[in-house]
Design a protein around this ligand. Structure first.
Ligand SMILES: *Cc1c(COP(=O)(O)O)cnc(C)c1O
Length: 351
């Protein structure tokens, strides 16, 4: 039996109240959010493009947000200067005071505050922006609130982890990739939006050749940038049929517990964990790295060279530094693997 996924964003009794489509990935879903926001906030954009707007539109993203936004402001014709990157705090979360400051300045300069992006699960450190506060700021300035939960969105399937994403249910739109932490093959992004009419305005066209079903809810070529499309939802459907929501929840909870265990093991072995998140991403450093005696990437390379374990590195800000990063997202990871990792790390540091 396939158990239905329920989360606050869906109103299953009224499927018309939202638009939900598979995309090629999170990058396309993030682009869709900006285009839908333009279609709603600046209807003249549909006919005249950005020339039709009185004020240049702005997108607000934290410094730890995803780099796909740098690309999409170019694709949307808005240019790099339309993307405001807002400083983060020591926990890698967007600083709300700095966001408000920036938006006030932009308002004084006759800019249009188009989209505030909250990141739920940053790529490097797995941290979660203060979503309820960002919603309130977006409201104050009349902006669209988008949550980029490309990999972190999966936490919603865990009753233990979901509260960390509180506020996501208030978003105008959400990005969530099935091909990240839901572990299905690449090419299965998802875009959810509370304003199906804005999505339809952004994407629907009358196609001579494709009579289709004629409405965006049933005919995804009217609700996405894509035309011909792959059956991206099939792998997720099959995974859900096999695992069910409960099966996913078990996997996710287990990975979060393994990450907690890894944090303890690292600290017991003299490492310092530098990120705070309930999600299974562990960024850490070691006194020898901090003292400059060895770099994080040299340690990562030595670890990979053993063939016993793999560890990534990540560049964090506040303070700016390179750290080691373990992401636990495989259902095959076991406690013994963590012990191997810690041993191999210590050996790499001793060399
Ligand atoms: C991976 C990721 C993206 C980009 O998604 P793709 O599926 O690679 O296009 C966007 N945002 C975040 C937070 C991500 O982790």
């Amino acid at each position: 039996m396939v158990s239905p996924i329920t989360w606050p964003y869906f109103n299953t009794s009224d499927p018309e109240s939202m638009s939900a489509c598979f995309t090629t990935g999170g990058a396309e879903a993030n682009l869709s959010a900006v285009l839908a926001a333009l279609a709603r906030s600046a209807p003249r954009w549909l006919e005249q493009g950005l020339r039709g707007l009185d004020r240049p539109p702005m997108v607000y993203l934290s410094e730890a947000g995803h780099d796909s936004f740098f690309k999409l402001v170019r694709i949307a014709g808005m240019g790099r200067s339309a993307l405001r990157t807002i400083p983060i705090d020591a926990d890698q979360r967007m600083r709300v005071d700095r966001l408000v400051e920036r938006m006030r300045r932009d308002r004084e300069r006759e800019r249009l505050p188009l989209v505030v992006v909250g990141t739920a699960g940053t790529t490097a450190a797995g941290t979660i922006d203060p979503l309820p506060e960002l919603r309130a700021v977006a409201d104050e300035f009349g902006a669209w609130f988008h949550v980029d939960a490309a990999w972190g969105g999966t936490a919603l399937l865990s009753r233990r982890l979901a509260p960390a994403l509180a506020g996501i249910e208030t978003a105008d739109s959400v990005t969530w990739d099935a091909h990240k932490w839901l572990a299905v093959p690449l090419g299965a992004g998802m875009f959810f939006c509370r304003h199906p009419e804005a999505v339809a305005r952004a994407f629907s066209v009358r196609a001579g050749l494709a009579p289709g079903l004629g409405n965006a809810a049933d005919d995804p070529f009217l609700a996405t940038f894509q035309w011909s499309r792959r059956f991206a939802g099939l792998p997720l459907f099959l995974a859900l049929a096999a695992l069910g929501r409960e099966g996913y929840e078990e996997l996710i909870d287990r990975q979060a517990q393994l990450a907690d265990r890894l944090r303890d093991a690292l600290e017991a072995a003299g490492f310092e964990v530098v990120n705070r998140t309930p999600l299974p991403t562990v960024c850490f450093t070691h006194p020898r790295i901090e003292e400059g005696r060895v770099t994080a990437s040299a340690v990562a390379k030595a670890v990979a060279g053993t063939g016993e374990a793999f560890i990534a590195t990540a560049r964090l800000r506040e303070p700016e530094r390179e750290v080691l990063r373990a992401g636990i997202a495989s259902r095959r990871t076991e406690e013994g693997d963590l012990d191997v990792l810690v041993r191999v790390l210590l050996e790499a540091l001793a060399d």
